[in-house]
Each structure stands twice: as structure tokens, then as C-alpha cells.
Design a protein around this ligand. Structure first.
Ligand code: PLP
Length: 424
């Protein structure tokens, strides 16, 4: 068969872009060769609707073992009693959880998207805001942080069925214990979405949601450094809160409802090649080397935030506890969109992001979000953060000057081209 040069040339072009540039998108990372190999394996050929030992297709003996290893490794990594590794993405994981525990029209309390939450936490443009009845909590304007007393007040007023603790652009740790007290006080279930800090949580570097939250969802491709995908966990299984029984009169446990909501509720065949890649990534995350990696991610983020603050950049909440920060550019007289475009020309990839109390639209925004998960995989350390911030500052201060953008791009290329993709 003739090689599809058109596509493979483009893949090569993307590989070059990844090698030569500075990848600062907070939700991205570089996977190991082994994760990549598993994701590109013949397992993509296999249909395996159902769960290990209970499939609707023949020939699942091998994928059964692989999927069980992925589940067992994830349980060990997070200290969970229940894990479902089949969600195709973080959004699919959240879709399945809501389907398992909510009826259309039920109320959910989530982190406002414009303050750092995720689309699937009730945004009106997402299924979660169309199918359910969303209400929101946000950060305080003065501190850029959550105020748990205010969340308590909103929960008491709104009486949601589910509270979602988690974010896409919040640089501070979350108090899951306090969230659980709030949830218990209004009879709500508590779900944590740890898509962003999962790798740091797995290694004990941030608060652990598993002992406090009824259900925890995550993506596997951000700080956890696996293939693109999602996962659902529970510290302890529990009886479904709505008293639903099977036709035989047995009480349905949450694990059974969640499994059913993923398949057949929301998905067909699981992506066993991706599940194998998840298993490899979880194996890597269980090592001491990954602990050192996660520590370095956090150290780099702190060093980067300090370097930005030194140059009069307004970091929301003044710093970071995790791998990312949100920068309000309103004192720099350019929009998030202009900053993103200029930085891309300089081969520095970030994403424009709304900042709390933003007066610009989500397509323009007043901020950018940056993260250190990917550059840490490439072996960059604290001392490099000052250099990177200086490069970003040159672009921001002179964002319409093509000569400056080209000069910075050359310096970025010099800095990154010789570095392997996967050092740490
Ligand atoms: N939840 C949070 C908090 C996220 O940040 C994201 C992705 O950015 C998701 C869920 C969705 O993940 P995916 O893009 O895999 O659907």
C-alpha cells in the first residue's frame, strides 16, 4: 500500500513544532516512547464492549488482562477502591458521572468557567449547562481565591444535588475536606474533577480528594502524563443515594451505576490501545522518578510565577500551588488573544484565557494561562524559568514588532532544538 505522505509529512511537521518550541499550555505534556508505542499498537483493532471478564465480543482474553492491569495500577496510584479506565476523555468521564447520579433538570454547583472552571461543570454552551440546572461559585475579586464560606452560602441557598470541586485554570490547592462538609450540610454528592493536578495529587504533593469526595474524575494526559483520555474513581463504593434497585430487588451500588453510565450509557467499545497506554503511564507514575518529575513541575511553576511577579505581571491569586498560573494582562495593554498570537509567532505556545471578572469575550480574553508540565518533561529546571519569562516579556512588551518575534523564536529554537522531548 502506498504510504500516505500527506498525513505523515504533517505528523512530522507537528513533531518538529513540538521539538523546537516552548510548550507552555497547562493541559499538555509529552508522553514517553512506551506510552506512545502502546497508543499506536494493534490494540486499536479490537472491539471489547463490556468490562474485563464480561464482554460482548469474543477474543478479549488479552485486552481483559491489559484493562485489569490499568485498573489495578490506577487503584494503587490514587488509593482508590473503584476505577473505570474506559472514558474516552475527561468530558466523557464527567458526562458518565452526571448520567449516573442526576436526572435532567437537577441542579449542579460548579466552578464558574470564566473564573477558572471547566465547560463540563455547567457552562451554558455545554451539555452540562443544557441538560442540568447549573449554579456557580467563583473566586474573590481581591484575592483570586475561593472563599469556602461563600460556597457554603450558595450551596445552602441553591440546594444542588451535586457539587463539583475542580478547575481548568485555578492555581491554588482545593480544600476537599471543607467541600465535603458543605456537600454534607445540604445533602449533595461531592465530585472532584482533578484533570489538571492529577499527577501532583497522585504523588502526595497536593490535597487528596479521594478520602473526601464521593466520586473523582480526571483526564490522564495532563500532569499525569498519559495518553489523551479520562478516568473515574471512588475511594469507597457506596449505595446509590436514590434507592434504585435492580429488577431482582438488589440495591445498586454506585460502582455499578458508574460502569453502566460509561458503557452502555455513553460509550460503545473502549479504546483498548489507549487503555494500554494508560496502564503504561500509571506504571511510570508509580515510580520514584515520577515523584521527582512532579516535584520539579511544582518547583518550576513557583519559580516561573515569581519571575512574572518580578516583572510586574499580575498573576491571579499572586502565585501557584500546582503546575499552572493565570496571568491578567490588563496592565500590559494587550488582550489574551493578541498575546497568544504573538507568542505563537515566537514559538512559545500558551492559550488565551478569561481571567476572573473579565470584561472581554472568551474569544478575546484579558489573560493567558501557562503551565510547566510539558517543559519539565523536557528537562527544564528553575533556572530556566527566568529565561523563559524574559523571552515572554520581550514578546508581550513589543507584540507587534515582527523583528522581535523572529529574534525570540530563534532564541527559543536554540534553547529547545537539541533537547530530547522526554528527559524526565
Ligand atoms: N475537566 C477539567 C477540569 C479539564 O481541565 C478538562 C480539559 O481541559 C476536562 C475536564 C476535559 O477533558 P477532555 O478535553 O479530555 O474532554
Amino acid at each position: 500500500m502506498q504510504r500516505d505522505e500527506q498525513i505523515f509529512d504533517l505528523i512530522l511537521e507537528e513533531q518538529e513544532r513540538q521539538i523546537h518550541g516552548l510548550e507552555l499550555i497547562a493541559s499538555e505534556n509529552f508522553v514517553s516512547d512506551q506510552v506512545l508505542e502502546a497508543a499506536g499498537s494493534v490494540l486499536t483493532n479490537k472491539y471489547a464492549e463490556g468490562y474485563p471478564g464480561k464482554r460482548y465480543y469474543g477474543g478479549c482474553e488479552v485486552v481483559d488482562v491489559i484493562e485489569q492491569i490499568a485498573i489495578d495500577r490506577a487503584k494503587e496510584l490514587f488509593g482508590a477502591e473503584y476505577v473505570n479506565v474506559q472514558p474516552h476523555s475527561g468530558s466523557q468521564a464527567n458526562t458518565a458521572v452526571y448520567a449516573a447520579i442526576l436526572k435532567p433538570g437537577d441542579k449542579i454547583l460548579g466552578f464558574d468557567l470564566s473564573h477558572g472552571g471547566h465547560l463540563t461543570h455547567g457552562s451554558p454552551v455545554n451539555f452540562s449547562g443544557k441538560l442540568y440546572n447549573p449554579v456557580f461559585y467563583g473566586v474573590e475579586q481581591e484575592t483570586g481565591r475561593l472563599n469556602y464560606d461563600k460556597i457554603q452560602e450558595i450551596a445552602e441557598k441553591e440546594k444542588p444535588q451535586v457539587i463539583i470541586a475542580g478547575a481548568s485554570a485555578y492555581s491554588r490547592d482545593m480544600d476537599f475536606k471543607r467541600f465535603r462538609e458543605i456537600a454534607d450540610s445540604v445533602g449533595a454528592l461531592l465530585m472532584a474533577d482533578i484533570a489538571h493536578p492529577a499527577g501532583l495529587i497522585a504523588k502526595g504533593l497536593m490535597n487528596d480528594p479521594i478520602p473526601h469526595c464521593h466520586i473523582v474524575t480526571t483526564t490522564t494526559h495532563k500532569t499525569l502524563r498519559g495518553p489523551r483520555g479520562g478516568m473515574i474513581m471512588m475511594g469507597k463504593d457506596f449505595e446509590n443515594p436514590f434507592g434504585l434497585k435492580t429488577p431482582k430487588g438488589e440495591i445498586r451500588m454506585m460502582s455499578s451505576l458508574l460502569d453502566g453510565a460509561v458503557f452502555p450509557g455513553n460509550q460503545g467499545g473502549p479504546l483498548e490501545h489507549i487503555i494500554a497506554a494508560k496502564a503504561v503511564a500509571f506504571g511510570e507514575a508509580l515510580t520514584d522518578n515520577f515523584f521527582r518529575y512532579a516535584m520539579q513541575v511544582q518547583k518550576n511553576a513557583k519559580a516561573m510565577a515569581a519571575a512574572f511577579v518580578n516583572r510586574d505581571y499580575n498573576i491571579i491569586s499572586g502565585g501557584t500551588d500546582n503546575h499552572m498560573m493565570l496571568i491578567d494582562l490588563r496592565n500590559k495593554n494587550l488582550s489574551g488573544k493578541e498575546a497568544e498570537n504573538a507568542l505563537v509567532k515566537a514559538e512559545i505556545t500558551v492559550n488565551k484565557n478569561m481571567v476572573p471578572f473579565d470584561d472581554r469575550s472568551p474569544f478575546v480574553t484579558s489573560g493567558i494561562r501557562v503551565g510547566t508540565a510539558a517543559i519539565t518533561t523536557r528537562g527544564l529546571v528553575e533556572a530556566d524559568m527566568e529565561t523563559i519569562v524574559a523571552l515572554i516579556d520581550r514578546v508581550i512588551m513589543d507584540h507587534t514588532n515582527e523583528e522581535v518575534l523572529e529574534q525570540v523564536a530563534d532564541e527559543v529554537n536554540d534553547m529547545m532544538s537539541e533537547r530530547p522531548i522526554f528527559v524526565f
